[in-house]
Design a protein. Structure first.
Length: 291
């Protein structure tokens, strides 16, 4: 009985091994063409589209571009920059070539360093000399010549005036005059006096040179032209016609003594007489004058 069972088991094992190793036809072939699976059109279409996209993306592409720009400024410096490069990414090949030509512009700046403790600029007279006061006759030409001193910032233009303290008037000699190393102006006082609504007086005047862009009384900073620095004082007078000496009369003096002067003289003489008489009487009483 045992041998029979073992024989059956070995037979089943042998048949199973042969069956698994046998080259069987597909399941559909065994059952026939009528039992084949239905084709999935959506998956096929997606597969075809994906394949087409992959082929298109892997196709080599080449693009070439050239850009040229020119920028010209008023400068002689030239800067030329040429760049050529090739880029490849995910099967795409591109070539770009560019040329840029331009002229660089250079701006020059300058600055002046001024010591805050430095003095403000002014003028130093050359004609006439500043060491003495000069008197000018009204009606003649008056010439002034000067140099600038302690001037770090040159004004674009200056005004030249003569100020009179007697009538608080300012007479313009020149306006918006260009600034040079040596300044000069000629004042025709005769021409001015003929047409002046406020005539020149016999008085002292101050020559003032100041920046035309500022007021005459502005306080200048260090290195800038100041109207209060270097003013020159001069005198002017009106000429009088010739008068003979015997006809001349002094406007500030008199030929006769005043009553007060006469009384003072009488008092001085009287005191002298009294003093002399008193001294003589005292000396005689004391026997000083006896021999």
């Amino acid at each position: 009985m045992r041998c029979f069972i073992l024989t059956v088991l070995c037979t089943i094992l042998l048949l199973g091994t042969i069956s698994s190793a046998w080259p069987w036809r597909p399941y559909g072939a065994l059952l026939g063409a009528s039992l084949d699976k239905r084709a999935d059109t959506t998956d096929a279409t997606t597969a075809q589209t994906s394949e087409s996209t992959t082929e298109a993306s892997t196709a080599p592409k080449t693009s070439t571009g050239t850009t040229t720009g020119t920028n010209t400024d008023t400068n002689t410096d030239t800067n030329t920059d040429t760049k050529t490069g090739t880029a490849t990414d995910s099967g795409t090949t591109g070539t770009a070539t560019g040329t840029k030509t331009g002229k660089s512009k250079t701006t020059a700046t300058s600055s002046i360093s001024i010591d805050p403790a430095a003095a403000a600029g002014g003028v130093s007279m050359i004609t006439p000399v500043s060491s003495s006061t000069t008197y000018y006759k009204i009606g003649e030409d008056v010439t002034f010549v000067w140099n600038y001193t302690s001037l770090s910032v040159t004004p674009s233009a200056v005004n030249v005036v003569a100020s009179c303290s007697l009538n608080s008037m300012t007479y313009t000699l020149s306006s918006n005059m260009s600034v040079k190393q040596t300044g000069s102006v000629v004042w025709d006082t005769g021409k001015y006096q003929k047409s002046a609504t406020i005539p020149l007086l016999t008085a002292s005047y101050t020559l003032i040179v100041y920046d035309a862009s500022k007021d005459i009384d502005d306080t200048a900073s260090a290195g800038y032209l100041s109207s209060q620095n270097g003013g020159y004082v001069f005198g002017m007078y009106t000429p009088q016609p010739y008068t003979p000496l015997n006809q001349f009369k002094c406007a500030t003096c008199s030929g006769a003594l005043s009553e007060t002067s006469r009384l003072a003289i009488k008092f001085t003489v009287g005191m002298a007489v009294i003093t002399f008489a008193s001294f003589t009487w005292f000396a005689g009483s004391a026997g000083v004058l006896t021999t």
